[in-house]
Design a protein around this ligand. Structure first.
Ligand SMILES: Nc1ncnc2c1ncn2[C@@H]1O[C@H](COP(=O)(O)OP(=O)(O)OP(=O)(O)O)[C@@H](O)[C@H]1O
Length: 292
């Protein structure tokens, strides 16, 4: 499997304005983050609020310019684009935000919201727009007549499906999913995650999936990276990170989940038993370990 996205030693600093000609403050939001994502796979990026996840996503989307480091997409360093981002990259890399309500034009019918990016990126032949819109709506589980409705006439889950369809309209290769289910109720969250997984299988999409809930990220990711204070403190296969976390911050993140996963609890009990056994084995005369 080939690597589609490679982030290498990424640093992002925000300058906080100037006070009496002196720099008031500088915020280092991302500190030397590196990871790679294979084509067709999902890299989950988790961490609490303010840990720097969205800043990494924005740098991939070219919404912030990194202070240093490289972001290679299909081998090309996109940091070197500087101020000019080619239209082809804007099409290849799309985003789904947390709040579909604020990311969709409230006054435009859904059909227009979907047709506009297709036209801009030359992804539709003249006269074929309605056909493509209906195709996209069906792909995300909506009905053709949703094309004539306004965002306000849809539920939160349906609006997020429209946001997904809009991302698909330009036939991207990579989608940055920035907390795409955080604003939805639990049953709708599951449906949207399943939809994203189905689309990945059907279209070979690659995702960077940002969330604060490790339980959600685990279900959709092959690899997970855990961020704290701008640094990637742990990375690995999704089940290893979730079931056998090495970093205390990762454990705290899982323990903070409202409904601890039974797999995780079972794995933690097993790890505690093994640790107790090892201690007993190492200290003569304690526990059930053999006396030496
Ligand atoms: N434009 C900006 N100017 C100054 N500081 C910023 C800016 N954007 C983000 N920050 C700061 O950078 C740090 C990382 O923010 P970021 O949004 O990347 O974190 P996050 O983990 O995605 O948090 P959340 O889940 O709340 O979005 C935070 O301390 C934030 O206040």
């Amino acid at each position: 499997m080939s690597t589609l996205l490679e982030v290498e030693d990424l640093w992002i600093r925000y300058e906080g304005g100037y006070l009496l000609a002196r720099r008031a403050h500088e915020k280092v939001a991302v500190r030397g983050v590196s990871f790679a994502v294979a084509e067709g796979q999902t890299f989950g990026l988790v961490g609490e609020s303010g840990s720097g996840k969205s800043s990494v996503g924005k740098a991939i989307l070219r919404l912030v310019q990194p202070s240093s480091g490289a972001i290679r997409f299909d081998g090309q360093d996109i940091v070197e684009f500087g101020r000019k981002t080619p239209l082809s990259y804007r099409g290849d890399v799309q985003v789904i935000f947390q709040d579909p309500w604020s990311s969709l034009n409230a006054r435009a019918p859904i059909g227009r919201i979907l047709a506009e990016p297709m036209r801009r990126h030359g992804r539709v032949a003249p006269g074929k727009e309605r056909h493509r819109v209906v195709e996209l709506l069906e792909r995300v589980g909506l009905a053709p007549n949703h094309a004539d409705r306004l965002p306000s006439q849809l539920s939160g889950g349906q609006r997020q499906r429209v946001a997904i369809a809009r991302a698909l309209a330009v036939e991207p290769r990579l989608i940055v999913c920035d907390e795409p289910v955080s604003a939805l109720d639990v049953s709708t969250q599951g449906q949207v995650i399943n939809l994203l997984q189905d689309l990945q299988e059907q279209l070979g999409l690659t995702y960077v999936f940002i969330a604060h809930d490790l339980g959600v990220v685990r279900h959709i990711s092959q690899q997970i990276g855990v961020m704290a204070s701008g640094e990637l403190v742990e990375t690995g296969l999704a089940d290893d990170v979730y079931l056998r976390p090495q970093h205390s911050y990762t454990r705290a993140l899982i323990d903070a989940e409202p409904l601890p996963d039974p797999d995780y609890q079972r794995e933690r009990r097993r790890a505690r038993r093994t640790a107790a056994q090892n201690t007993a084995d190492a200290v003569p005369g304690t526990g059930s370990g053999p006396a030496r």
